[in-house]
Ligand binder design. Structure first.
Ligand SMILES: Cc1ncc(COP(=O)(O)O)c(C=O)c1O
Length: 412
């Protein structure tokens, strides 16, 4: 990714929660990989929609309902445009988890059979493991894993070898790992997968919030992400799908809104994308996500990436000062997203998170919904610090000070 010599981001004041203090200390939020904080423009868009334009969508003829329709449609266009997608093939779901389940059920049940294989990787979040386990168990298919190497990366040669076996129908993998930070070579992988006649699904939950994503350039069949990590509200996720695949798929959930007509014994389906949006959708949440992606676009995603890359480089440099601390994943900031997962000899990750919380520093500890990866790494848990557009070097300094103080509490 090209390095840009632009003004650093200075957007802290846009995020009201950062003005509150954690006890007597300012809040240091280093858990954006879990969920992002929200800028005022997103809070305003949500509240403005609920205060002035709230009605159900696709139902009403009155003016207020048409305003709600217009707001929901505009949100879809904005969200699609943000990643170079088409509104028709951009489906609103509840979150990335639901987006992946949609594909595992609606595509998987029709296309994966006994003797077939689904290929995922050892670095996946549970959201991109469990739906495939359930599918494979139900269909008598095999679930196989691409290994993560010692740097925390995948091997294209191993992917080629798996595809050469001729039974792989689906390859599902993360764009950016939520534990290792690894940025996977999506375009190279997708090209190989397509050439082998298999279908690809990319879990972009960690990528979309922090780097430019252009679906056309990636060449994947399905791309899933989640609003709340991308400065948007909770309760809204996104699935982009290849038009022909989505057209051929049966619905995932059924009921209101996803039908063209319903008779006593049978029904026909609505057109895309509504075929996959059963029931009242997350209207206000989609509007909020529309505002979030507009905000990110105005910052410029290349600038967002450079800001987070530079902060991550600084974080890696400073973490190296802490005795007994080991970071997992690729050692260079260029090869990873804006996070660092680590262990410290002699302190359990949960204790690390609790100790730094005493200094107002919020980091995550645990298995990060990636238990198979934890097993590969030979640890039960890690602590994880992750950055967002609103973080500054002083946040990293606060983390390091708190870690050093924590080591003293443990007599290390
Ligand atoms: C890589 C990855 N995939 C999927 C998810 C699931 O996102 P959600 O809980 O919003 O569905 C997460 C969330 O932590 C994630 O980090």
């Amino acid at each position: 990714m090209p390095r840009v010599a632009e003004r650093p981001l200075d957007v802290r004041a846009d995020f009201p929660i950062l003005a509150r203090d954690a006890g007597a200390r300012p809040l240091v939020y280093l858990d954006s990989s879990s969920t992002s904080q929200k800028p005022q423009v997103v809070i305003d868009a949500l509240s403005e929609h609920l205060a002035s334009h709230n009605a159900n969508v696709h139902r009403g003829v009155y003016a207020l309902a048409q305003e709600a329709d217009a707001a929901y449609d505009a949100a879809r266009r904005r969200v699609a445009a943000f990643v170079g997608g088409d509104a028709r093939t951009t489906i609103f779901t509840k979150n990335a988890t639901e987006s992946i389940n949609l594909v595992a059920y609606a595509w998987g049940r029709a296309n994966v059979a006994a003797g077939d294989a689904v290929l995922i990787t050892q670095m996946e979040h549970h959201a991109n493991i469990v739906p495939w386990q359930v599918l494979c168990r139900e269909r008598g298919a095999e679930l196989r894993y691409l290994e993560v190497d010692r740097r925390g990366e995948l091997s294209l040669a191993a992917l080629d070898a798996e595809l050469a076996r001729g039974d792989v129908r689906m390859v599902a993998f993360a764009h950016v790992s939520n534990v290792l930070g690894t940025i996977n070579p999506v375009a190279e992988m997708a090209e190989r997968i397509r050439a082998a006649g298999a279908v690809s699904l990319v879990d972009g939950a960690q990528a979309v919030p922090q780097m430019p994503v252009e679906l056309d350039a990636l060449g994947v069949d399905f791309y899933a992400w989640t609003g709340h990590k991308a400065l948007g509200p909770t309760g809204v996720g996104v699935l982009h799908g290849e038009d022909g695949l989505l057209e051929a798929m049966e619905p995932f959930l059924t009921g209101g809104d996803m039908i063209a007509s319903v008779d006593f014994q049978s029904s026909s389906w609505n057109e895309l994308p509504y075929k996959f949006e059963a029931g009242t959708p997350p209207i206000a949440e989609a509007v909020g996500l529309g505002a979030a992606v507009e905000y990110l676009s105005a910052l410029g995603m290349t600038r967002v990436r450079e800001h987070e890359r530079a902060l991550t480089a600084y974080m890696l440099e400073r973490l190296a000062e802490v005795p007994g601390l080991r970071v997992v994943g690729p050692p260079e900031a260029d090869a990873r997203g804006g996070l660092a997962s680590f262990t410290i000899d002699g302190i359990h990750p949960h204790d690390i998170a609790e100790l730094v919380d005493r200094a107002g520093v919020c980091i995550r500890a645990g298995h990060h919904c990636a238990q198979p990866l934890m097993r590969c790494l030979g640890v039960g848990a890690t602590a994880r610090a992750s950055v967002g557009v609103y973080n500054e070097r002083s946040d990293i300094d606060a983390l390091i000070d708190a870690l050093q103080a924590g080591r003293e509490v443990f007599g290390l």
